[in-house]
Design a protein around this ligand. Structure first.
Ligand SMILES: Cc1cc2nc3c(=O)[nH]c(=O)nc-3n(C[C@H](O)[C@H](O)[C@H](O)COP(=O)(O)O)c2cc1C
Length: 307
């Protein structure tokens, strides 16, 4: 989606900004941020004053409407100048000049620290394109030998969410969410996809070419307890989905309290398949305060186990 910069220019002789006006301006920014469309915003720190908002908008008209609705502009203390912009960033290879790379996000650490399980959401659907983008991000998760044994079942319609809620002891966060995904893993993949995994690992230079049959046998030999591997790989997939949601302003939850047999019957999940849990996401309706965490010194050991 196209990027725009809104320059906010102070109007000569306008009164100083009241705290209430600044709060309303910030809430306007928070609305944009809540949709994952705010890139950066803030006041300039020189004598010229004013500020800027960089964001993602469908069109220049949409950016201009957002600018016109800004309380600073509505109250006449600033005027807005909207300019289309191309953002150079690692993910787009600095506009194609360098290879694309994952890059960094200055707010990711803050977001992780402020995350809190959320169980009540706004009644606003998550669009089909966004659902696809989130699932694709989750499918980029690591898995053992890149076997990608995930077979998630997506619920993003009212009736499907209600069916899922019934399988999770009626936990109400499911029907409130816009999207809930059963993180199912098929352990048959550990055996059946081993040849593909070996071929890809060799082709992409991760493994040296060797005795292919031995390499396949090695992968298969790693799966003595398929339940543990299934839950491990499924949980990593699910958590990547949750983090992908956080990155665009969704909030969410992990849910493990489910009736396994009821869920199998309701969603046709075969006995061999394991369910790591359910991850749900939705647009926030108010924010949860993070629960306290035990201090690092009490839980983390450096170099050796700390009894
Ligand atoms: C594997 C797993 C299963 C969970 N199952 C449930 C559940 O069934 N119902 C629920 O309300 N919360 C569930 N939670 C959420 C936890 O209660 C929550 O993460 C914990 O209280 C910490 O809160 P926080 O996520 O806000 O930091 C689960 C979390 C995890 C990681």
């Amino acid at each position: 989606m196209p990027e725009y910069v809104i320059f906010l220019h102070p109007v000569d002789g306008s009164p100083r900004f009241e705290a209430d006006l600044v709060d309303r301006h910030c809430r306007h920014l928070a609305d944009l941020a809540g949709e994952g469309r705010l890139i950066a915003a803030g006041p300039f720190q020189d004598a010229q004053d004013g500020g800027m908002i960089a964001g993602i908008f469908e069109s220049k008209d949409a950016a201009s409407s957002f600018a016109a609705a800004d309380p600073f502009v509505r109250e006449g203390v600033e005027t807005a100048e909207v300019r289309p912009w191309l953002m150079a960033r690692p993910g787009n290879g600095f506009l194609g000049r360098l290879p694309a790379s994952p890059g960094t996000h200055p707010f990711l650490l803050e977001t992780l620290r402020l995350r809190a399980t959320t169980r009540r959401f706004a009644a606003k659907p998550i669009g089909a394109d966004l659902v696809r983008a989130l699932l694709e991000a989750a499918l980029s998760a690591p898995s053992e030998f890149n076997l990608q044994p995930w077979r998630p079942i997506v619920c993003n319609t009212g009736p499907d969410l209600l069916r899922l809620q019934r399988c999770c002891f009626g936990q109400s966060q499911i029907a409130s969410a816009g999207l809930a995904v059963i993180c199912a893993v098929d352990p048959a993949v550990f055996h059946e996809d081993a040849p593909r995994a070996v071929d890809e690992l060799v082709e992409h230079g991760r493994w040296a070419p060797g005795d292919r049959e031995n390499q396949i046998a090695f992968i298969r030999s790693q799966y003595k307890d398929v339940r543990v591997s299934s839950v491990l790989n499924g949980a990593i997939f699910g958590h990547q989905l949750l983090l992908a949601g956080l990155s665009v302003g969704l909030q969410g939850f992990w849910l493990g309290g489910l009736d396994d047999q009821l869920m199998r019957g309701e969603f046709g999940i075969p006995e061999r398949v394991h369910v790591a849990g359910v991850v749900g996401l939705g647009w926030p309706d108010g924010l949860e305060t993070p629960l306290p965490r035990r201090p690092l010194e009490q839980v983390v050991a450096f170099g050796a186990w700390n009894e």
